[in-house]
Design a protein around this ligand. Structure first.
Ligand code: FEO
Length: 391
């Protein structure tokens, strides 16, 4: 395990988790990395550690450059265990290292996880001299926990951004100039949608703070480092944080005997004829976290469920629960579904959509047993009219 040189006297010493497939319900089909960075200066400095279980990999990479015992400073930009999980291990290998973290939340969280390892709390704008270089700390609370902060290294002008601008994307390439760039952007979007999306306002504030810095490179705590495509990733973050819409409509459903599916296609026809770009997701095949990534910028969301034992289907309840936790911008919604008797599910879906900042485009739609061609045509027409009324 070797350190990877990113700049003069700055090394990546993190870990690659090729096997990670789930991060708290988020399907991480490309794995992830836990990025730690080593800065060789008069004060040898480590930015973040790695998830528990990956400490040997991190220490081996550090050892390929320097004896870990020579580390003077550890900066913990974020207390979540995927970045702090090896603090105790590191402290054992580098007993005199001083740990810097956000004053208040950072100290509190690290103490809760690891006990008192002797933390120094830092506040907004505080600086720390490493010798030829200086770190400046910028709090970015709620991107993704209350303790989050970023550290800006001068004169290199490198932003150690922790979760912000990250991607769950395992690769041996460390820079945007070396990796599969379209994949990095896909994973950056999925990461934002599934991790950061509920905190758009706080992300906007963090972006404003970062905008004041002459950033030459962004080194996040997951995935690849941004060295050339900084304007693109910043523009995407600005757009996502502002909750901007595109021209898509997402239609999410489950189906038992294809009746709710037929309704989904009738709604698809309406969006298509109104110049929107419908995207269909059958929950039997599609993962919540992929749907959320696409739904983030959609103006419209339609959610359909048959009635099963007087309830919506569990798959639909799961999606709506996940969606509720990650709600970002406001959307116009349609609840729909087929039923045999009872028929409670569309109203149940509509109620949950209202809890997700959705405004009904039209009242919940339900059709008994198998929809007729006439009923489907009427559904298409009513959705078309509702869309037109909004424009
Ligand atoms: Fe990658 Fe919020 O930890």
């Amino acid at each position: 395990m070797q350190a990877i040189k990113l700049a003069e006297n700055i090394y990546w010493v993190g870990a690659i988790d090729w096997n990670l497939r789930n991060f708290h319900g988020y399907e991480t089909e490309k794995g992830s990395t836990y990025n730690a960075y080593l800065i060789l200066d008069e004060k040898v400095t480590l930015i973040d550690t790695v998830k528990e279980g990956f400490g040997d990999e991190m220490l081996a990479r550090i050892r390929s450059v320097i004896d870990p015992a020579k580390i003077d400073i550890v900066v913990s930009n974020h207390a979540e265990p995927d970045h702090s999980g090896c603090l105790r291990l590191l402290k054992a290998a580098a007993p005199h290292a001083q740990i810097y973290t956000a004053a208040g939340a950072g100290v509190k969280d690290l103490t809760a996880y690891y006990g008192d390892l002797g933390y120094t709390g830092v506040k907004a704008g505080e600086t720390l001299s490493l010798g030829k270089r200086t770190l400046t700390f910028v709090p970015t609370p709620m991107v993704h926990w209350p303790d989050n902060m970023v550290s800006f290294l001068t004169p290199d002008n490198i932003l150690f951004s922790n979760d912000a601008f990250g991607q769950h994307y395992a690769s041996d390439e460390r820079k945007d100039t070396e990796c599969d760039l379209p994949e990095a952007f896909i994973q950056a979007r999925k990461y934002y949608a599934n991790i950061v999306q509920p905190y758009g306002m706080q992300t906007g504030k963090a972006l404003a703070a970062v905008a004041a810095l002459p950033v030459a490179a962004i080194f996040p705590s997951h995935g690849i480092c941004w060295t050339e495509h900084i304007p693109e990733i910043l523009a995407l973050y600005r757009s996502w944080a502002a909750g901007e819409y595109d021209d898509t409509a997402v239609i999410v459903y489950d189906t038992m005997w294809h009746s709710t599916e037929a309704m989904a296609h009738a709604i698809e026809s309406a969006f298509l004829s109104c110049g929107k770009k419908p995207r269909l997701y059958n929950l039997h095949y599609c993962h919540n976290s992929d749907i959320i990534a696409d739904a983030m910028t959609a103006r419209y969301i339609a959610v359909g469920s048959p009635t099963l034992n007087n309830n919506m289907m569990p798959s639909v309840a799961s999606f709506l629960t996940y969606f509720k936790g990650l709600t970002g911008n406001k959307k116009l919604s349609i609840a729909f579904g087929s039923y045999g008797w009872g028929g409670q599910s569309p109203e149940q879906v509509e109620k949950l959509l209202a809890e997700c900042k959705c405004e009904p485009l039209l009242p919940a739609v339900r059709i008994a047993y198998k929809p007729t061609e006439e009923q489907l045509a009427a559904l298409t027409e009513s959705v078309k009219n509702a869309i037109a009324a909004q424009q």
